[in-house]
Design a binder for this molecule. Structure first.
Ligand code: SF4
Length: 479
């Protein structure tokens, strides 16, 4: 399966793997011809359509040489292009949307049986995707969806058009899924939603997200809780309190800025201004001085003037982000911003982008240098350091999310926890080349070593089953 896109899209792929395995399919080995190829697309990515149709073009001769092979296309781009996909690539067997991921096995069967392409796009969510089984990619860390869709209308974003209005999952179901992952050795969970701070809007509980953090923090064995993405418009101080007062919640915040200019923020329809954004950062730092704050910034939004851009640089200087994902604005068909006047020439956007990344790299480096000599706890990762083997190192994530490459020692597995001291800093990573202070073997490390991965069942609550059900985690909000 190929996945192109955001965390929501990557986690959907885990569900697609789980669904297909439940339906009797097994993953093809690297290099083997697959009987079914699923392309899970993301319309948020630049050039998503070209990449999709390019990949479909490459798959055509493969399919011609392999009778019976099926090709399915899902995700945001499928939701957007629908029947257009089988018109442009008639060798595609199944097109399914973001709201009917669960239909994929049935659609593959139907396409095979009827010998014709099946296009099924539904307009709104019928089953919350987290009630579908998932085959997880990591033995030590898992995503858990708390909501899908978004009620905001940012003018550069295609999500509201393709993923629909926000749907919130009940706290009891979320906590049961977290518990199921922890029971299988997972140490770290990232709560996932387009706008986690709006969580609870459906059941009218404005404190629901803070309550959820506190409840998850009471799950025994869960060492690290992260979440993405918060939204400055809905971000409230009770979330800061819950983060600071719940030991398992990591002092890491990815808070999208997008622009530092009030005028651009207004045209982006973001619903906050520079002053509110910086106020949140100040309050987070007051409650958690060690917090690593990261952000997303779009450069060259339609109509952005040099003065607007200077405002963004000013916020970056004041906020001192640990790192920033910086994007050059490019039109996304179907979004209001694509139709706005004042689209900027590529050279202007590029020049501003380079100034912004130079400033942010300097700040990231300064912030990282300030950590030299400090002790860090790392959750050992797999596949995060491409040069590790050559340098005799392993890599891990600190509690604040920073990537640290450290000197390897015998017996350390992905999913284990080590403590070490930072010896060197670069803008985008840290190095710890001293002797380890400690190494804790974990169940996640055992699972990594054994090559097993956690799975989560389809419906975690309300399914009839035999015997006494496991107790649910304590809830502070109803479900
Ligand atoms: S908050 Fe804005 S950018 Fe984020 S998903 Fe919603 S509309 Fe898109």
């Amino acid at each position: 399966m190929r996945t192109y896109g955001c965390q929501m899209n990557v986690h959907d792929s885990e569900r697609l793997s789980g669904l297909l395995e439940d339906a009797g399919y097994t993953a093809a080995a690297e290099g083997d011809d697959a009987d079914v190829v699923v392309l899970n697309t993301c319309a948020v990515r630049e050039n998503a359509d070209n990449r999709l149709y390019g990949n479909l073009g490459h798959l055509r001769p493969v399919k011609d040489a392999h009778p019976g092979m099926q090709i399915a296309v899902g995700g945001c781009l499928a939701q957007k292009d629908r029947g257009e996909i089988v018109r442009r690539a008639p060798w595609v067997d199944v097109v399914f949307g973001t709201h009917n991921v669960g239909s994929l096995p049935a659609l593959l069967d139907r396409a095979r049986h009827n010998a014709e392409a099946q296009v099924e796009i539904v307009e709104s969510l019928e089953v919350f995707p987290s009630t579908l089984p998932a085959k997880r990619d990591s033995a030590y860390s898992g995503w858990v969806s708390i909501s899908v869709g978004c009620n905001n209308t940012c003018t550069f974003c295609i999500v509201p058009a393709l993923r629909g209005k926000e749907k919130d999952r009940r706290p009891g179901e979320i906590l049961a899924e977290v518990q199921a992952l922890v029971d299988q050795g997972v140490l770290e969970v990232t709560l996932l939603g387009q706008n986690v701070n709006a969580y609870g809007v459906e059941f009218r509980d404005s404190g629901a997200f803070a309550d959820l953090l506190r409840s998850a923090g009471r799950i025994d064995g869960l060492e690290r809780i992260r979440f993405t993405s918060p939204h400055p418009r809905e971000f409230t101080d009770d979330v800061i309190d819950a983060m600071a007062e719940t030991p398992a919640v990591c002092h890491q915040l990815h808070m999208p800025l997008q622009s530092g200019s009030d005028d651009v923020l207004r045209r982006m329809r973001r619903g906050y201004r520079q002053e509110r954004y910086l106020g949140i950062i100040d309050r987070v730092r007051a409650a958690m001085p060690d917090a690593a704050i990261t952000t997303d910034i779009i450069v060259g939004f339609p109509g952005e003037t040099e003065e607007d851009f200077e405002q963004t640089l000013e916020v970056v200087r004041q906020a001192r982000f640990a790192s920033a994902f910086t994007f050059q604005y490019s039109k996304r068909p179907g979004t209001p911003a694509a139709e706005m006047d004042g689209q900027l020439p590529k050279e202007v956007v590029q020049e501003r982008y380079l100034r912004l990344t130079a400033l942010q790299d300097q700040i990231s480096w300064d912030e990282n240098r300030a950590l030299i000599g400090g002790k860090v706890e790392l959750l050992v990762a797999s596949g995060e350091g491409s040069k590790d083997a050559a340098r005799g190192r392993l890599s891990g994530r600190a509690r604040d999310g920073r990537l640290v490459h450290f000197t390897a020692a015998d017996g350390i597995r992905p999913g284990d926890v080590v403590e070490t001291v930072i010896t060197e800093a670069a803008p985008h990573h840290l190095v710890a080349d001293g002797v380890l202070l400690s190494h804790r073997r974990t169940r996640a490390g055992d699972a990594s070593e054994a090559g097993t991965r956690p799975t989560t069942p389809g419906v975690s609550l309300g399914m009839p089953r035999i015997g006494v059900p496991d107790p649910l985690p304590v809830l502070t909000t109803g479900c």
